[in-house]
Design a protein around this ligand. Sequence first.
Ligand code: PLP
Length: 389
Amino acid sequence: MNINTNYDNLEQSYLFSTIAKRVNDYIAKNPDKKVIRLGIGDVTLPLCKTVTDALHKAVDEMGVQSTFRGYGPEQGYDFLREAVQGYYKKHNVDIELDEIFISDGAKSDLGNILDLFAKDNVVLVPDPVYPVYVDTNIMAGREVKFIDANGENEFLPLPDKSVKADIIYICSPNNPTGAVYNKAQLKEWVDYALSNKAIILFDSAYECFISDENLPRSIYEIEGAKDCAIEFCSLSKTAGFTGTRCGYTIVPKNLGKLNKMWVRRQTTKFNGVPYIVQRGAEAVFTDEGQKEIKVNIAYYKENAKTISDTLNECGIWHVGGKHSPYIWLKCPNDMKSWEFFDYLLNNAQIVGTPGSGFGKNGEGYFRLTSFGSKENTVEAMERFKRLFK
Ligand code: PLP
């Protein structure tokens, strides 16, 4: 047999292991110091009650002959697809049921969707970005071109008409920068994709953090997007499902064969999300569920505001933090990303994520997240002010 040598082309990702090692070394040498972690990319608040009630009920159903379920539909149960459809409708987007595919989270579908595309497509990915987009394409042996996100364009790059691309990744609100495209900017991307006969893979995993009604939560709020975009969303950050696992992908029927091909792919390689989890996910979309998850999101957003206000007080340039759990800041005094990481750890016992770990344009930047506790976030920002105000 021959192995897939494309794996040799992947850059080894040492980011989070290097962070863990540096933090552990610091703690070993300074056991009396309280280290605060603002680098967390995972939620910390528990599932809300409406969801856990629905999960318990579904578990009980599975233990009774008359309500037991075996294999479910690969595309998801209609009760959940209808709930997702209703959620889009609230934002004035009409999606048909057979365009909605329930998944075990956005990450797997973002990787799996590449089964539908030929190898010779040119892929366009913003830099810096969520590393999964690049790595999944490298594994498949595809050429990846980068588009620069930087301070000048406030980390919201727009299409360069001289560049030809077939598959375009857009993540808004963005990980790692927290930057969000407005409708006019997304329209530029949709027009570019339509004129190139390209496809946009739109990652809206953080849409629930958007609180300005004028900002698009779905690419389908933009005219023409159903003719050129697939959307990936997740309950991970919306409702604390990072460990429970559920998301959804929209493949419009306007995209020609792609909808049928995705059905074929999923029915061949995927056997659906557990019934119990889908009942929990359905509960997220009830009025009570929406009320409860909004309390959790508001908690994280309050933390983000605390961080953003502190950076403003210190005169430190940053984006994100308003419609996103991420705050992306320019390292003070022109420090490099890792230099700032060490400085912050040694002088304030705060842990964040060096921006250079998300792409070359991340050098000199740093990501803080709002997923910690309120008390720790406030304390960390007091320490921050002592250093930089
Ligand atoms: N997309 C982005 C931009 C993310 O940051 C993440 C997780 O951090 C995911 C997708 C993955 O989400 P899921 O937990 O649904 O696989």
